[in-house]
Write a protein that binds this ligand. Sequence first.
Ligand code: ZN
Length: 274
Amino acid sequence: MTISTSRWIEPALVAALCLSCAPAAPAAEPDPATRLDLLARAYPETIARIGEGLIHFRDGGAPLAVDDGRSKSHAEAVAEGDVEDSLSQLYAAGACEAAPGVDHDPGRIRSDALMKRLYGGSARAVEEALVRVDWFGGTVRVTKRQGAASALGRVRDALAGRPDLRRYLAPSAGTFNWRRVAGQPNLSVHSFGAAIDLNTAFADYWIWSGGKPGRVPEYRNKYPMAIVEAFERQGFIWGGRWYHYDTMHFEYRPELIAIGAAAGVSACGQQGSE
Ligand SMILES: [Zn+2]
């Protein structure tokens, strides 16, 4: 049968959708310019262009430097990453689960400065863009900016025909919450209304499991991969792919899904591996 769609779909996202059907040919890692191009394409609402090391915004505000010129340890990058740092680790999507390697936390490094430009620089500014999205018997408040709320709605629709998954999905443990990451100076992505935590009854979080900086407990996950796949297809990354795992957590980072697809990496292995 023919499937037609009237919606225009970002080519990079199409590539992400086809990860499971792509051949296992190793691909070159995208160079910095390609990563930045995919970043700009992921947020056309706000980013006008990126060039000469600067992100230029449609609102005409001050450009943001891609690179702060500092080299950082992984912990330092998580605490105070710049845009370049935020794109440094490849996110491998797909229906397969694997324990992440040491300090492989793709997406856990973010640029607070960029997130503020994308979603709002204060709790009040972020709240102005929050909308309610129906979520399996309740509603959640997420930002409509950058298409995040619409994307979450498509995740819900994709999973609506799977009543067996509902207990994992709801009640949501939270979406918008202006706060810092536990024990860190940087803001949680929940501050920007662009993340959702699923039913906490199935959650594994490296700190709840007894972890502390420098000592991360053994990886575990109870969420079915069909849920993860549905989120990733709409531009969300999963905290269950982090060495510092947070398995109930999903956040809207379409640039990382696109960069991973461009790199040819897959959670189901082989591609791009040595
Ligand atoms: Zn979360």
